[in-house]
Design a protein around this ligand. Sequence first.
Ligand code: 2NL
Length: 341
Amino acid sequence: MNSKVESVLKEIENFKATTEKELEEFRLKFISKKSVVTELFSELKNIPNDQKKAFGQQLNEVKQAAQNKFKSIIDNLNSSNESGSQSHVDLTLPPSGGEIGSLHPLTIIRAQIIEIFERIGFNVSDGPEIEDDWHNFTALNFPENHPAREMQDTFFIERNPDMLLRTHTSNVQARLMKSGTPPFRSIMPGRVFRNEAISARAHCVFHQVEGLYVAEDVSFVDLKQTIYHFAKEMFGKETQIRFRPSYFPFTEPSAEVDISCQICKGDGCQLCKYTGWVEIAGSGMVDPNVLENCGIDSEKYTGFAFGMGLERIAQLKYQVNDLRLYTENDVRFLSQFKTGL
Ligand code: 2NL
């Protein structure tokens, strides 16, 4: 037998391949177009005519041997992967090359809001998402027949006594106030639920951050300055604010908070509907009834409260114009928020 052919045959026989990488090495060396076997075939033309037939047979042998070996390596690999016991994958090694994900935009916004308020002395409070009627409505001065208490607005879990999914995070304020004596200075981020059809502008699950400051001599001036500070920290130093009179059952007086439009800087655009202002929050002085309901002396203490939607703040910061994007888990949306905190 031709000595070159013989040595290639030996090499094939002795080749040890137990991993995918070695399999690929084998393929490149003995099977592919650039393999040593192909090289041998190209030598056929230099062989004298009377030896061509014998050499050709040897070449076919080598080719067959390479293919048989290749198949058997694959079979071995498959069976050891299946049985697992002979697997050459070391499951204790750390994963390699995984892509680092990103924080959800609402997580980023929530962390920023918490940071801004913590720096001016607010702490963070939490409470249950499944709540009784008293903490969600009655304590907060909602009259017996208020529309928010209707089935079509609130998700009830049980009736008489009523248990429901909280419609705002004010239930946490009620629990906080009941639990001790002022001063209270706290913000309440959390998930809230309303019985709404899902659309670009409404969702049945969304997020709020409410805030509460109850102490002696807290006035509307404190509310204004706190909100002003927040707006400038969140949206930039140039941001203007204005308060519009409004109504909430739990505050008196109440006001809606607008900031100067981020897009047109007040000149008028689609986002602000050509008013130059966009709404970011509701606010007001805590109604004395609410303080009394929660066991706080309304002659001695006053307070302000506010509430804002996280989705709304994120929309203004990131121009997210469809609420459904927040919950659809589309990586094309989520991967745009690589900002660190
Ligand atoms: C809005 C309006 C607001 C409050 C929430 C509050 C809570 C207690 C007492 C008084 Cl316990 N007030 N919360 C006050 C004013 C407005 O939210 O539009 N939120 C998205």
